[in-house]
Ligand binder design. Structure first.
Ligand code: ATP
Ligand code: MG
Length: 233
């Protein structure tokens, strides 16, 4: 196996309205599992993921995914947001629209069953519950068989059953060799799924370590405070 990092970020910076929202982020991840990105509100997690997915163009630095510089968004990677972005169409049409022309009917059926939405396939996607919408967004993201899933709080405020379904889908994806980068404030979830943790604070990486080390022995005061539920500024 080659040692090329799966995700390699070098000196990434992002300035918005004259504010340094991401500063000198340098990360090389060779971890094949789930990389959890944690940190307080406003730390820069969503913007970092948007940069990784080519949705926000950084002010400086470089990003390589699987050894290749990212140039806009690629079908090798798919992103799911906290607020699902669905088309004003039926459940099944959302899936068909995301599939390529070669996507077979049985792949659409598999996606429906992954989302546990077989019974609601003709229902308008926008009228699904939050958890159902998110299950659809995730199975739609998987339809193009990405190698990297970029997930920004996909289970925030969902019921435990939907959280469990989504976590299972993510675990199955990594077992099939997919790489995941995942933002969550849910410490239990991060412990269940994460194999390594990137802890961001004020646009900088304060910690990057294997999950057990991060949870048992956080190095910085900021990470300790965050894990203990204290407000940090
Ligand atoms: N267009 C903008 N101009 C200036 N600052 C911005 C702009 N967009 C976002 N920011 C700031 O960038 C910082 C990081 O935002 P981001 O959404 O990445 O935080 P986050 O870590 O995802 O937080 P949360 O946990 O609340 O989702 C925030 O302080 C936000 O106010
Ligand atoms: Mg965010």
């Amino acid at each position: 196996m080659s040692n090329t990092p799966l995700i390699e970020v070098t000196n990434l910076s992002l300035k918005l309205s004259n504010a340094d929202v991401l500063s000198s982020i340098t990360i090389a991840s060779t971890d094949p599992g789930v990389t959890m990105v944690m940190g307080p509100n406003g730390a820069g997690k969503s913007l970092f993921l948007r940069c990784l997915h080519g949705l926000t163009i950084p002010t400086g630095g470089s990003i390589k995914i699987f050894g290749n510089s990212i140039l806009g968004t690629s079908t090798d990677q798919a992103m799911v947001f906290q607020k699902p972005v669905l088309l004003r169409r039926s459940v099944i049409d959302n899936l068909k629209f995301a599939g390529s022309t070669n996507t077979q009917r049985n792949a659409i059926d598999d996606a429906l069953s992954l989302a546990r939405l077989q019974d609601k396939q003709h229902f308008p996607a926008k009228l699904l519950s939050g958890g159902e919408q998110q299950r659809l967004a995730l199975s739609r993201a998987l339809l193009r068989e990405p190698k990297l899933l970029v997930l920004d709080e996909p289970t925030a405020s969902l019921d435990p059953a939907s959280v469990q379904i989504i976590e299972q889908v993510i675990q199955d994806f990594t077992e099939r060799g997919g790489k995941v980068i995942f933002v969550s404030h849910d410490i239990g979830q991060a412990k269940r799924l994460g194999s390594e943790i990137i802890f961001l604070h004020m646009g900088r990486v304060l910690e990057h370590s294997v999950a057990s080390a991060f949870f048992n022995n956080p190095v910085t005061d900021e990470a300790r405070a965050y894990l203990n539920g204290h407000i940090i500024i």
